[in-house]
Each structure stands twice: as structure tokens, then as C-alpha cells.
Write a protein that binds this ligand. Structure first.
Ligand SMILES: [Zn+2]
Length: 254
């Protein structure tokens, strides 16, 4: 009996050891791996089974509270209350909005990133085929424009406004969507129902969802969508914010 117990014990010990060796081999292949944290990585990994999340949690425990300027995670430009853009940041591929319904304002040319606009046009066309007339309310917003808005609206609700340089609209990838009949998209409209179910098919995500204010720093904005490209489906299906997606699925190397 004693012998059997010893054999079982040795077997368990060796399997733990081989788990650890496999773990070490795998995690050390990541760029942000730091050998000093190996023990911490291993303990944490046992609870979440994700190499990326483990690395990020240990390497960047202050991700949600640390600010960086002009920060890309893989190819994703993150702009939020902490991550801003410099004054002179102008997106490279801005093009003029022409082929869809948009709000015309004096002395203003509405612009958006070229790829985002192509996809937005498809989204608007698809909506139109279902008798929903979407209207682009705002798109790219330059630093100067943000500054003038900031100055003209000195009292503001911080959960809706961004200080100049911290608006996602400066990326050229964010849009506020309105409708011809009902104004800015709100939850009870047909337009919103449509967008909620279909925007991701064209690479857009609802950027400030309900009940995620503690993560995004913004109140629920059913009109504000962000172009993220092909990751939109994953984000949509897993009910994530952009911040959650980056932290859980992209190895942060900064
Ligand atoms: Zn917006």
C-alpha cells in the first residue's frame, strides 16, 4: 500500500514538473516575458489558462490607470480618457465623406479614414435596403476643432466629453450615427436595433456600451461607433470593450 502511494506521489510530482516545463517553454517564447516573474506567471496562469492575460496582468498591472500618448496595440490605435493623441496627430488616410447622408455644416468638410468610410458606406447601404435612413452626424474631429468645442462648452459632463487630444474622433476611425427621422441613435429606435446587430459585420463596434462605464470612462453612447476592422466580430460576440480586448488578447510590449 505504502509503495503504491509513493508511486502515485512521484507520478503527480513528475506530471506537475512536466506541466511547469511546458509552461516555461511556452511563456518564454513571448516577447514581453520576464524571467524574474516566472513563478508569478505560473501561479496566475493556473487560474486563467491564458498566456497573454497572464503576461499583461503581471507586466502591466496598471494598464487601466496608466497614460500613454499615441499608443498602438498591434495595429489598433487606442484612445480613451488616459490615452491621448498629440496636437499634430492627423490620420494618414483621411478622405472626404460624399456618398452617404451626412450632416452638412458651414465651413466644415466631413472626413473619415478611407477604409472606415468604405465600410461605413456599405453599412449605410445595407441599412437603406431595410428602410433605415442613417445619417452621419460626426466623423473626424481635429485637435483644433476639439479645442474650440471645449472652449465653447465650459460646463460639461465628463462622462460624455473628452479633453482636447483625448477624443476618439481624432483617430478618423470614430463616428456618431444619427437618423434622418429620429436624430442621434438612441436605444429604442429601429436604427439602433439595426446597428446593434449589424455594425460589427462592417468592422464597427459600439465603443461605449451600457454597464461598461467603469472600463471605458464614458457613459453609454448608443450613437458612437469605432472602426476596428476584422476584430469587430470577436469583440461583438464576446461582448467586450476595446480596452478588454486589448488587455486579454494582445500581448502588451510597451
Ligand atoms: Zn462620438
Amino acid at each position: 500500500m505504502k509503495k503504491i502511494l509513493i508511486i502515485i506521489f512521484l507520478f503527480l510530482l513528475s506530471s506537475c514538473r512536466s506541466d511547469f516545463i511546458t509552461f516555461k517553454k511556452n511563456i518564454s517564447s513571448y516577447k514581453s516575458y520576464n524571467p524574474n516573474h516566472l513563478k508569478d506567471y505560473y501561479e496566475l496562469y493556473k487560474t486563467n489558462n491564458s498566456y497573454i492575460l497572464t503576461l499583461n496582468l503581471i507586466n502591466h498591472p496598471t494598464f487601466y490607470t496608466t497614460s500613454y500618448n499615441q499608443i498602438y496595440y498591434n495595429d489598433i490605435l487606442l484612445v480613451n480618457k488616459l490615452h491621448g493623441l498629440t496636437k499634430d496627430f492627423i490620420p494618414k488616410n483621411l478622405v472626404e465623406v460624399k456618398n452617404i447622408n451626412f450632416v452638412k455644416r458651414t465651413n466644415e468638410i466631413m472626413m473619415l479614414d478611407k477604409v472606415a468610410l468604405t465600410n461605413l458606406e456599405l453599412l449605410f447601404m445595407d441599412a437603406k435596403s431595410q428602410n433605415i435612413d442613417l445619417l452621419l452626424y460626426s466623423a473626424y474631429r481635429s485637435y483644433d476643432k476639439q479645442l474650440s468645442l471645449w472652449k465653447t462648452t465650459p460646463t460639461f459632463d465628463n462622462l460624455y466629453k473628452a479633453v482636447p487630444g483625448y477624443s476618439e474622433h481624432q483617430t478618423g476611425l470614430a463616428v456618431d450615427i444619427s437618423t434622418i427621422d429620429e436624430g442621434l441613435t438612441s436605444t429604442k429606435t429601429k436604427a439602433y436595433e439595426y446597428l446593434e446587430k449589424n455594425a460589427y459585420k462592417y468592422g464597427f463596434i459600439l465603443r461605449y456600451p451600457k454597464d461598461k462605464t467603469d472600463i471605458t470612462g464614458y457613459a453609454y453612447e448608443p450613437w458612437h461607433f469605432r472602426y476596428v476592422g476584422s476584430i469587430s466580430t470577436f469583440i461583438y460576440e464576446n461582448n467586450l470593450t476595446l480596452e478588454e480586448y486589448i488587455y486579454n488578447y494582445i500581448e502588451i510590449k510597451q
